[in-house]
Design a protein around this ligand. Structure first.
Ligand code: XIL
Length: 442
């Protein structure tokens, strides 16, 4: 029975359980892309190639500036299932574990695409192809279940030009229009927590191709076919510049009730012209509340798939280009101000609960600068006792009620990135939520 008093106590418990986010030393503007985007409630990511993760400058630029990654090729069909039903996740796993260790989000790219598709798939007859497609989606998504923020379920299913027609592909030609719906339904079952995106290029402005995608999403929404987001690749150059109706196009998709994400941004060029185009893209995303994040298609010009067009934010020596500064400024950040102060915030949430104990989880988030380590406290009320901890190194005061938690090993976090630790509280009859102290970082 819920009495008035227990309701009030419940509220106090709820407040404690919610955990006040204490962010110190963040008066100055964010100094990295990830942190500046985080302050706008968005992520800023980069496409990453596993074979560069041994290069120190590549990794430090990635870890400092970005808080989301997309494997550039490592999750594609030819990379993970080059032979039927024999899956190889080695390279993709390297990217995923690196991203997870830095608290970065991960975009999954991509499950069903006509390109980078092994020839055994294109050789299958319809019924077998359907089985293979659904198996591929299920196996890959199950392997990464719970780790992927958004999946590009289907990539590039429409033709360029004015027809608004579907692109010819093994999936389209043998399974017909229904293959996209089937892929999304299979994907929802495989990992219900992942956002499911349709992703394409030359759909950045209002045109026949983007309208065909728009009609697909509208139909899915009307019929309850699962879809959560639309990815706009946004590969731009002089022949295909940032469209003047870019923001309006993002907005019309958002108005259908899906998130929009800029998934593969790169803009060929240099200097002020390139910087201005980048700035316009960022401003368009910020102006659309459902534009949840931006990913650039690589870290450095030297490894870009369009390297000769120098389309990215860092040059071949990892120096920040004018385009970098334009993006940071458009995000509301600033590179002046001495690099910012190390800071972190904490939030608490209750996890599993049993009759005699419950698990707590504390998420530690770096402020607007990268941090090398952090410390926070968790205080329980006697006669409660913390009986176990994980993902952290605890020390205790003499009462045993105040636990000081530090990282387990390497405590580095990119600006705006998160990590978490957990613990079990034996209630001994008292189910009060623990109090989480403020977070300090250096
Ligand atoms: C590109 C990669 O960047 C290249 O390394 C690879 O050789 C070909 O694919 N649309 C997409 C991306 O969805 O997967 C493509 O990535 C670029 C176009």
């Amino acid at each position: 029975m819920v009495t008035r008093k227990s309701l009030v106590l419940g509220m106090a418990g709820l407040l404690a359980a919610t955990g006040l986010s204490v962010l110190s030393g963040t008066a100055e503007a964010a100094s990295t892309l990830g942190a500046a985007a985080a302050e706008k409630g968005r992520y800023f990511g980069a496409a990453v190639a596993a074979n560069h993760l041994g290069e120190a400058a590549y990794v430090s630029t990635l870890d400092t500036e970005f808080n989301s990654v997309t494997p550039e090729n490592e999750m594609k069909w030819d990379a993970v299932e080059s032979t039927r039903n024999s899956f190889n996740f080695t390279a993709a796993d390297q990217i995923v574990s690196h991203a997870q260790s830095k608290g970065m989000k991960i975009r999954g790219h991509t499950l069903v695409w006509h390109s980078q598709l092994p020839s055994w798939v294109s050789g299958l007859a319809a019924a077998d192809l359907r089985t293979a497609m659904n198996n591929h989606i299920t196996q890959v998504m199950t392997h990464y279940k719970g780790k992927i923020h958004s999946w590009d379920v289907v990539n590039e299913a429409f033709q360029d030009g004015s027809s608004g027609a579907r692109r010819s592909s093994p999936f389209q030609d043998k399974l017909g229009n229904g293959f996209i719906e089937e892929a999304f339904r299979t994907a929802r079952t495989a990992d219900p927590a992942a956002k499911l995106c349709y992703n394409d290029y030359n759909t950045d402005g209002v045109n026949a191709k983007s309208t065909a995608v728009y009609n697909l999403v509208k139909d899915f929404k009307a019929r309850g076919v699962p879809i959560d987001c639309v990815g706009f690749q946004s590969h731009f150059n002089s022949a295909s510049p940032v469209p003047s109706d870019y923001q309006a196009n993002l907005q019309r998709f958002a108005d259908l009730g899906v998130d929009v994400q800029i998934t593969e941004l790169d803009i060929e060029g240099s200097g002020t012209a390139q910087a201005t185009s980048y700035s316009n893209v960022v401003k368009a995303c910020l102006a659309v509340s459902r534009c949840t994040g931006i990913t650039v298609w690589g870290v450095t010009d030297k490894y870009s798939w369009r390297a000769s067009g120098t389309p990215l934010l860092f040059d071949g020596n990892y120096a920040k280009k004018a385009a970098y500064t334009a993006v940071l400024t458009a995000l509301g950040g600033s590179s002046s101000g001495g690099g910012g102060t190390a800071a972190c915030s904490v939030s608490y949430s209750k996890q599993e609960e049993w009759s005699d104990r419950f698990n707590g989880k504390v998420t530690v988030t770096a402020g607007s600068s990268a941090i090398s380590t952090w410390t926070t406290t968790v205080t329980v009320t006697s006669p409660q006792k913390i009986s176990a901890t994980w993902n952290g190194t605890p020390t205790w005061d003499s009462s045993g009620n105040v636990m000081t938690m530090k990282p387990n090993g390497n405590g580095t976090l990119a600006a705006g990135a998160s990590t978490s630790f957990g613990f079990t509280v034996m209630t001994n009859g008292n189910t009060a939520a623990p109090t989480v102290g403020s977070c300090t970082a250096s």
